[in-house]
Design a protein around this ligand. Structure first.
Ligand code: F6R
Length: 614
């Protein structure tokens, strides 16, 4: 998503704004921009560039603009193609106001028409520009700056977080939040504003997360916070520990590679963290033991990779807790009929805790008075605040757009939680709960060891060979089907190779027609003997049509191994943890395929992390 950054204070703003933008560039990289008020004559100074942030930085060599009040933006395009005109900041007619914005103004067409009718001239296709022109006209018609801002926010529909600079108030930044994340870091005679605390992690740990539907007038040493009616709010200052150093590449070529290697520790930390919660877990979950025992139905919701974690976890809740479980795509959920069920528990899975589709699904479920838990990696996220309860993974900051350690820790946390529920319901005893924790640690160990086993052959032999493929087919069954889906998604997003996933049993119902010797078939095995036998039959169907199989299997699965062209072998483990053990090698393999193709692995085209628009 886009990121917005602002600074007001005793120092020049550009160094902080540019550093903050580079830290959050993973949220969008179609264009970048900066604006500030000149300390000399209060003129609006600005620079914009298409593409990466470095293109903007180059412009400062010739025009080193700066000021005590500055705002910046990196863009993930929603309205209008990536171009200099559509890059933020956007301006009013006289360039007395500048706006940077993350989100969507849903009624911008209507507002644009009204503003054009009274003479405003637009220069971009963005919804953001309407904010600037509207603010311009409201500043004329209102007696006070504050009342103009109140009127402005009440005209705007949609989900948005934006920052505004206005010549009229050269010591104040306007900071507005409706359904998109925004926070203010409090420094010593300086304030940092950003879409994510990571932007100012080493500057201050005193943070105000703006409440939903609120705005702030921020000066270097004072924050006035209001709701959208103009009622003053007391800012809640939180102490947040975010370590920027841990969020750097630390010698790895890409964040994705670093994050792949961090998984073992991330799973360890997640399991140990959950284990140590002890009785306090009920405060986190927002549920009593009795309520947990009474859960009769589980719904898991998420998008993309988080949805895949849910698809895997369905087998955990059904097999371990014996609770019927349904998995929903959060982006579809709101458009389906909602069936109220007694004793249903909804678990919203989201690395960022900010994904708009998942957040809107959460709001709908909350409005139906059903029990909600957010499973997320970000303790300060909107989902943690809005769900009745939460469970936190301990993956650490994930920067690469393609999710790796967030996924494996989600799977681990859900496996742990399924056992915890089974224990609460007296389905398993305490020893079995402890054994499940140990199994997770073993899976984490295998995840890392398998990368070590295969890293040379992947990098030197297999990735160069398979990077030539134009398309690929992914097959699995039962719990190995969602890991096939996740593997295909990873390949698509970072290598741009087309990939299609099927439950292996569906092959003969149509997709078998796609099999040829040029399209590798990635097949993910299962430890269960019955499912394994079915997979052998599916592999034979592929081989009989001249197909080429890349197999992820377990030691001893000889019939399957004999049918494969390339084999990755994993030690036998608890059947439901097979996908977790395979995860590292899958990610490492697709990472190297993308590297062979010279793709921008951490920032794939058209994508951005933390999708805060629907
Ligand atoms: C893929 C990926 C995305 C996210 C999805 C949901 O590698 O990262 O599919 O999983 O956008 O994001 P969160 O988990 O933040 O809600």
């Amino acid at each position: 998503m886009c990121s917005v950054i602002g600074y007001v204070g005793k120092n020049m703003s550009r160094p902080f704004v540019m550093e903050g933008l580079s830290r959050l560039e993973y949220r969008g990289y179609d264009s970048a921009g900066f604006a500030c008020l000149s300390p000399q004559d209060n003129q609006m100074l600005y620079a914009k560039a298409i593409g990466r942030l470095e293109n903007l930085t180059e412009q400062f060599n010739q025009h080193p603009i700066d000021g005590f009040l500055g705002i910046g933006h990196t863009r993930w395009s929603t309205h209008g193609v990536p171009s200099a005109e559509n890059a933020h900041p956007q301006f009013d007619c006289q360039k007395t106001i500048s706006i940077v914005h993350n989100g969507i103004i849903e009624n911008h067409h209507e507002l644009r028409e009204q503003l054009q009718d009274v003479g405003h001239v637009f220069h971009s296709q963005t919804d953001t520009e309407t904010i600037a022109h509207l603010f311009e006209s409201l500043l004329i018609s209102h007696n006070t700056f504050k009342s103009a801002v109140i009127d402005l926010v009440n005209h705007l529909d949609g989900a948005y977080a934006f920052l505004a600079l206005a010549q009229q108030r050269s010591d104040t930044m306007v900071v507005v939040r409706r359904r998109s994340p925004l926070c203010i870091g409090i420094g010593d005679a300086e304030m940092f504003v950003a879409s994510d605390v990571l932007a100012f992690a080493d500057k201050t740990n005193k943070v105000i997360f703006l409440p939903d539907e609120s705005f702030a007038l921020v000066k270097k040493d004072i924050i006035e916070l209001y709701d959208f009616t103009g009622k003053p709010l007391v800012p809640q200052v939180q102490e947040v520990q975010v370590n920027w150093h841990n969020s750097q590449k630390q010698g790895f070529e890409h964040y994705m590679l670093k994050e792949i290697y961090e998984q073992k520790n991330a799973i360890y930390s997640t399991v140990k963290f959950l284990q140590a919660l002890d009785e306090t877990i009920f405060d986190h979950l927002g549920l009593s033991l009795e309520e947990l025992k009474n859960v009769e139905r589980i719904h898991l919701l998420g998008c993309g990779t988080s949805w895949h974690a849910g698809l895997i976890a369905k087998f955990f809740f059904e097999q371990i807790c014996l609770i019927p479980t349904t998995v929903h795509l959060a982006s579809e959920f709101r458009y389906n009929h909602f069936f109220a069920e007694p004793n249903a528990l909804y678990i919203l899975i989201s690395q960022s805790g900010e994904t708009a589709d998942t957040l809107e699904a959460l709001r709908l479920i909350n409005s139906m008075n059903a029990k909600t838990i957010a499973l997320t990696n970000v303790a300060s996220s909107t989902m943690v605040r809005e769900a009745e309860g939460f469970l936190l993974t301990q993956a650490g900051h994930e920067i690469a757009v393609a999710s790796t350690k967030a996924f494996s820790t989600q799977v681990a946390a859900l496996y742990w939680f399924a056992h915890f529920m089974a224990y609460a319901k007296h389905i398993i005893n305490h020893q079995q709960l402890i054994a499940a924790q140990d199994d997770l640690l073993i899976a984490a160990e295998l995840l890392e060891n398998s990368i070590e086993n295969y890293k040379t052959v992947i990098a030197q032999e297999l990735a160069p060979r398979y990077a030539c493929s134009k398309k690929a087919i992914f097959l699995g069954r039962h719990v190995s089907y969602p890991i096939a889906q996740e593997a295909a998604l990873k390949l698509k997003e970072i290598s741009y190779i087309f990939a299609q996933t099927y439950p292996a049993g569906e092959l003969k119902h149509g997709p078998l027609a796609l099999i040829d010797n040029e399209t590798p078939v990635f097949l993910f095995s299962h430890i269960d003997p019955l499912i394994y036998q079915k997979l052998v039959a599916n592999a034979q169907e592929v081989k009989a049509r001249g197909g080429h199989i890349i197999l992820f299997a377990f030691e001893g699965q000889r019939e399957l191994i004999a049918l494969a062209d390339t084999v990755f072998l994993f030690p036998k483990i608890k059947p439901l943890l097979g996908p977790l053990a395979m995860t590292g090698v899958i990610q490492f393999f697709v990472y190297h395929i993308a590297k062979e193709l010279d793709r921008p692995i951490d920032k794939p085209r058209n994508l951005a992390k933390s999708v805060t628009v629907e």
